[in-house]
Design a protein around this ligand. Structure first.
Ligand code: NAD
Ligand code: MG
Length: 382
């Protein structure tokens, strides 16, 4: 029986993780569940899964919280969940740069981290790798593209990979004219064609910032140089990503879109466990097509890849400016085109610097948040 801590249990990936646990109660047990502010949702999960610890990272413990579960609140309590002595596996399903510290803490404590929070690697890639090395922790991807690549790489040897090809759905604006895209509304952007996800990643999928974050994530996870990581639009989201080996062979991992299978694989690896989900049907999947990324229409993609190439704290600046701009867009205060514009402005003005400590990342992150706010308050409301 493995103990599992789920950070961000009330979110979309959190729900997938709990669905996986529900199918394998003899293998996995929830020992800690966290939410940011949604006390009622967390209370419901606690009643059903009976973890030892329940954490609200940014809200008071409800007065009537009782029973066998211990409740705690605040940032320290979130780190306590990430390092819980009964947790063998920590599912990091937090959203944003806030996920970095818990990832570092869990890896330092020797845990397996099933990582959905790609922002951990984007903001602090070198620190994450060092923490795993120092603490003996293990990093297994949950992001569907990276889970696909991880599965395709099983059994391969160092030096055998020529290229990683990440697939992208293309988002809701794949076929839109550029002038319409820049003034799209939040309702338009939240209508993702193939995946049902939290609001932040759904907007990132519409700008293609998500694919840039994933290129950086792949670089750190698999140690492959940026020049050998590509993205291709695949609107059906059936092939989750591909690996080309040095002999020219291409391996792909496929299936109907669901995040439960990548979570299951990350929890069970290196085993494969049975799972009751919609079986793949190649005929129902239909024609699979591929298109280049239209980077003229989706500037956030190229900005993010360039930030990755720049390295050091620059990806953290890309990420933080994006987080601020996405929140402003979702609040209806800026147009869709303002997201990429504010990222470009922050990146242009950031002098760069190395990632030696968590403080380096925090400083870059805070600077970029201020820069993006300043830029965006100057934009006329849409
Ligand atoms: P979500 O918004 O649905 O859920 C986020 C969870 O984190 C919630 O439980 C929320 O209470 C908590 N949270 C939010 N802000 C927090 C903060 N500052 N500190 C601590 N907790 C906080 O998000 P999601 O769609 O489940 O995505 C989670 C992560 O997984 C993101 O990094 C996303 O990019 C990645 N991811 C998601 C999907 C998907 O299908 N949803 C797919 C691939 C990768
Ligand atoms: Mg993904």
């Amino acid at each position: 029986m493995k103990g599992v801590a789920i950070l961000g249990a009330t979110g979309s990936i959190g729900a997938s993780a709990l669905a996986v646990l529900a199918q394998h109660p003899d293998r996995f047990r929830a020992v800690a569940l966290t939410a940011h502010r949604s006390a009622d949702a967390l209370r419901g999960l606690v009643a059903r899964h009976r973890p030892s610890l329940a954490v609200l990272s940014d809200a008071e413990v409800p007065a009537d919280a009782g029973g066998p579960t211990r409740w705690a609140s605040g940032r320290e309590a979130l780190l306590e969940a990430a390092t819980h002595p009964d947790a063998d596996i920590v599912v990091n399903a937090l959203v944003g740069a806030a996920g970095l510290e818990p990832t570092l803490a869990a890896l330092e404590a020797g845990k397996r981290v099933a990582l959905a929070n790609k922002e951990s690697l984007v903001c602090g890639g070198p620190l994450v790798l060092q923490a795993a090395e120092r603490g003996g922790g293990e990093l297994i991807p949950v992001d569907s593209e990276h889970s696909a690549i991880f599965q395709c790489l099983a059994g391969s040897r160092p030096g055998e990979v020529r290229r990683l090809i990440l697939t992208a759905s293309g988002g809701p604006f794949r076929c839109w004219a550029p002038e319409l895209i820049s003034s799209a509304t939040a309702a338009d952007a939240l209508r993702h064609p193939t995946w049902d996800m939290g609001s932040k990643i759904t907007i990132d999928s519409a700008t293609l910032a998500n694919k840039a974050l994933e290129v950086i994530e792949a670089h750190f996870l698999f140690g492959v140089p940026y020049a050998r990581i590509e993205a291709v639009v695949h609107p059906q989201s059936i092939i989750h990503s591909m690996v080309e080996t040095v002999d020219g062979s291409v391996l792909a991992q496929m299936g109907f879109p669901t995040m439960e299978l990548p979570v299951l694989y990350a929890l069970a690896y290196p085993e494969r466990l049975p799972y009751d989900s919609r079986r793949f049907d190649p005929v129902a999947a239909g024609t699979l097509t591929f298109e280049p990324v239209r980077d003229d229409c989706f500037p956030a993609f190229a900005l993010g890849v360039r930030a990755g190439l720049h390295g050091g704290t620059t990806p953290a600046v890309f990420n933080a400016a994006n987080e601020v701009a996405v929140a402003e867009f979702l609040a209806g205060r800026i147009p869709f085109g303002g997201i990429a514009d504010s990222i470009a402005d922050a990146l242009e003005r950031w002098p760069g610097g190395p990632v030696r400590t968590l403080d380096d990342v925090r400083e870059a992150d805070a600077w970029a948040r201020r820069a993006a706010h300043t830029y965006l308050t100057r934009l006329a409301p849409c």
